[in-house]
Design a protein. Structure first.
Length: 278
């Protein structure tokens, strides 16, 4: 397996010196025993942490799960300083861009890139799914939106809205104390869904005491209104921050641990749909 770390602003000057974004890559070795020409699907993981830190529990343990199933996996440790917007959003879009621009060298399928996020990282993954063509971000990035759009979104107990059922601390870290309602609306992802939002996989627990399950429900409702395909699983019980939901990430919850297998089956259908002619 190849592993390497990339400081994003060393490759993309538009991020500026304030950007803290770092991309860790996990890419299986290519050998003649396994199709050496195969381009693999990729997942970019955005750990949670309320835009105050990036949780290690929602990073490498999750990456290793999906790496073992044939994915190239990247972990984005995004900027988390106070009032960090728009840096995390620029960094996740830049990560998608970088994988596409290096697809041949890294054996990545350029049309099979998923963004996965947990909690506040789920908000960031939703931002990537909906803000890839945002005029303000594009003005900074100076790249076509097609280069930035992920092909799938995976949202794990996500923060979604700054207006309804908000996780206030996440938005305070992102925008500062007492953010204007206009800015909260701008970053409420249920309001940014369009017909071109990529397909989404969502999971949450009904009694999550950290981020209300209503965040997932209103996002799913917005996807449905726009005809965007999605799969959602609401498990009856489980604390916030379950990650893998097994002993690799401290909190063991066998029911919620099903999410990984369910997500893999969903990704298989999104990236390798069955031949309808058969």
């Amino acid at each position: 397996m190849q592993t390497f770390t990339i400081k994003l602003n060393e490759h993309y000057g538009y991020l500026g010196s304030q950007s803290e974004g770092v991309l860790d890559a996990y890419i299986p070795h290519v050998t003649p025993e396994i199709d050496p020409k195969a381009a693999r699907p990729s997942i970019i993981i955005c750990p949670g942490g309320a835009y105050a830190y990036c949780s290690r529990r929602e990073a490498e343990p999750v990456a290793l799960n999906f790496l073992a199933k044939g994915f190239n996996v990247f972990i984005l440790y995004y900027s988390v300083f106070e009032k960090c917007f728009p840096y995390p959003q620029l960094e996740i879009l830049t990560a998608v861009r970088m994988i596409r621009e290096n697809a041949q060298e890294w054996y990545c399928a350029a049309d099979k890139i998923a963004v996965m996020g947990f909690s506040a990282g789920g908000h960031l993954a939703a931002c990537a799914s909906n803000l890839y063509n945002d005029p303000q971000l594009l003005e900074r990035i100076q790249a076509p939106s097609e280069l930035l759009r992920p092909d799938a979104g995976i949202l794990c107990y996500p923060v979604i809205s700054g207006l309804k059922y908000p996780h206030a601390f996440s938005f305070e870290r992102l925008l500062g104390s007492e953010p204007a309602e206009e800015k909260l609306a701008e970053l409420s992802m249920e309001l940014r869904v369009t017909d071109n939002t990529p397909p989404s996989f969502i999971w949450h627990t009904s009694d999550d005491g950290g981020v209300s399950v209503n965040n997932s429900l209103i996002y799913a409702s917005a996807l449905a209104e726009h005809g965007v395909p999605f799969e959602m699983h609401i498990f009856p019980h489980g604390i916030h921050g379950l990650a893998n939901s097994d002993r690799t990430t401290v909190y063991e919850n066998p029911v919620c641990a099903q999410w990984t297998g369910l997500c893999l089956k969903w990704l298989e259908g999104i990236f390798f749909p069955p031949n309808k002619d058969l």
